[in-house]
Design a protein around this ligand. Structure first.
Ligand code: NCD
Length: 526
């Protein structure tokens, strides 16, 4: 059977299923046990041992633990490890990510470990370099491991965090109660927890952060959709004033370097609200553990150093676990490990929901439309029920966008806002003429005006009628753009990446690269 881990990329934690992660953790346990008992043969069985196998570390942001644990992990494997000197590369000559990594991919480098400010870069490079490998007949396709991309995710940190939590939980995946404390706004390690913590059946998450550092709303929504019980607190003090305190605390560093001047002025207050103090000690439940992805600030540590030598200290073991997790990860992606993993059959994909529905027209325009001027059109289109329920001002604004997206500007016709009998407003756009909208154009219409009806009028009759709803995926249009400036698909990055969006559970659109959530009104560039 094919090794299902071989050549896999890890761009977000969700790229590995729960059962894959549990299998992964079982290997890390075995490796640690082999090391602990000095079983050299068992340790050796984890090694890739191929001096030509290329692993490339590309760190465009600072790092100690992630970079060095990957480096030590790669050295464990006896492979060809290269660390890119990013200060003296053609990045400085405005070379694109695609050209840079395609080049490196051609030199027998099979795994790339990348840290960048640019979000979604691994997902994009996976597509781009796979195409490069194929068109150049390379005998492999490269894998990409996200070692932290901007404020987005840090999936390998998530793996070692989950491993450490499990270790302290007696390997139980029944339930977890965890407090996430600190900079939940910038902290990519806590963003990976949004889907990562689904490893446990019952999850209670307490978010402790002042407003300025609060978890972005779409992540809170996602956690609740994942079934987590989520509570929000503004400071540790406020948290400890109530009785239900978590036994696991995950601290993250206030990333003041990513903030503007205004916030820096409030730095002391922000730090104080998320810093642990001696007087809090007796309010912790028994066996509480603290964790931290590190680094901590040497002048303003949120976990003060007096706690290092107490049973609260989980962060040192967490950091040590990091290297073992990365050894196993590289071994799996190289195809050295994982040959015995048998995934349970994937559940059958739900049938794609119908988002363009053809309605059998009743032959004649409806009465209300007659009174609003549709009848004069012998041939043309009428887009009806636009933004039903919104305010007239908002509908008018959105109709401008619809006209542009559908290329309806500069043509004869008109549009207006009307009120239905139930009192709700809706927009109508009509254009006389001979229109044939193909599937792609109807999809565009569904994306920009979900819930509308499209009437195609021929010889004074409604020849075809469609009702649209939000498509599950929107891509392959030149004028889409993710609004996150740090995203690889945002224009400001100049990487020429076409945006792609996936519908969320609550009817919004998540960028396939950086995860930013948009309303349907926001995804077209105009
Ligand atoms: C973190 C990171 O870079 O995301 N550290 C880490 O990788 N262990 C957290 C941080 O920078 O504060």
């Amino acid at each position: 059977m094919e090794n299902s881990f071989k050549g896999r990329s890890l761009c977000v934690i969700d790229d590995f299923s729960k059962e894959e992660r549990l299998y992964f953790f079982s290997l890390v346990r075995r490796l640690q046990e082999a090391v602990r008992t000095n079983d050299e043969a068992a340790v050796d069985s984890f090694r890739i041992k191929d001096p030509d196998f290329g692993i490339y570390e590309v760190f465009l942001e600072d790092s100690t633990r992630t970079k060095e644990s990957f480096r030590n992990a790669a050295n464990f494997h006896h492979v060809k490890l290269t660390e890119m000197n990013t200060e003296h590369s053609s990045f400085n000559k405005s070379e694109s990510y695609a050209d840079t990594f395609n080049t490196l991919c051609g030199y027998n480098n099979r795994i790339f470990v990348i840290r960048s400010k640019v979000e979604g870069v691994c997902r994009y490079l996976k597509e781009e370099c796979t195409a490069y490998a194929r068109r150049n007949g390379l005998p492999y396709v490269p894998a990409f491991i996200n070692a932290g991309d901007g404020k987005h995710e840090h999936p390998t940190q998530e793996l070692l965090d989950e491993y450490t939590f499990l270790q302290d939980n007696g390997w139980d995946t029944g339930s977890i109660h965890i407090a996430l404390v600190g900079d939940l706004y910038h902290g990519r390690t806590v963003h990976s927890k949004v889907n990562g913590l689904t490893l446990w059946k019952s999850v209670k998450v307490d978010l402790i952060a002042p407003e300025e550092l609060a978890m972005p709303e779409h992540y809170v929504v996602q956690m609740r959709e994942n079934g987590f019980d989520v509570r929000l607190f503004g400071s540790i003090e406020e948290y400890l004033a109530q009785a239900d305190v978590a036994g696991k605390w995950y601290f993250t560093r206030p990333q003041l370097e990513r903030m503007g001047e205004k916030i820096l002025a409030k730095a002391d207050r922000l730090r104080a609200s998320i810093t642990f103090r001696p007087e809090f000690m007796d309010r912790l439940p028994q066996d509480t553990r603290f964790y931290h992805p590190l680094p901590r600030h040497k002048v303003h540590p949120t976990i003060p150093t007096f706690l290092d030598d107490t049973p609260l200290n989980g962060w040192e073991r967490q950091s040590i676990n990091g290297m073992f997790c990365r050894i196993v990860l590289l071994g799996l992606v190289a195809g050295k490990l994982g040959g015995d993993f048998v995934p349970t059959a994937a559940p059958e994909a739900a049938p794609e929901e119908e988002w363009i529905r053809e309605i059998i027209p009743d032959g004649a325009p409806k009465k209300e439309e007659v009174s609003e001027g549709v009848r004069p059109i012998r041939n043309g289109i009428v887009i009806d029920h636009i933004c039903r329920g919104d305010q007239p001002e908002e509908i008018r604004r959105h109709m401008i966008l619809i006209r542009r997206v559908m290329n309806l500007d500069g043509l004869k016709g008109g549009e207006w806002v009307s009120q239905s009998s139930d009192g709700r407003f809706k927009g109508i756009i009509f254009r006389p003429g001979n229109f044939t909208l193909d599937h792609k154009q109807v999809k565009r219409l569904a994306a920009v005006a979900p819930g509308c009806t499209l009437n195609i009028i021929k010889d004074g009759r409604v020849a075809k009628k469609y009702r649209t709803s939000l498509p599950p995926r929107i891509y392959n249009f030149d004028d889409l753009m993710c609004l996150n400036e740090a995203c690889i698909s945002n224009d400001s990055q100049n990487e020429n990446v076409q945006a792609m969006f996936l519908k969320t559970g609550d009817g919004r659109y998540r960028c396939a690269y950086c995860g930013k959530v948009h309303t349907f009104k926001e995804i077209f560039r105009h």
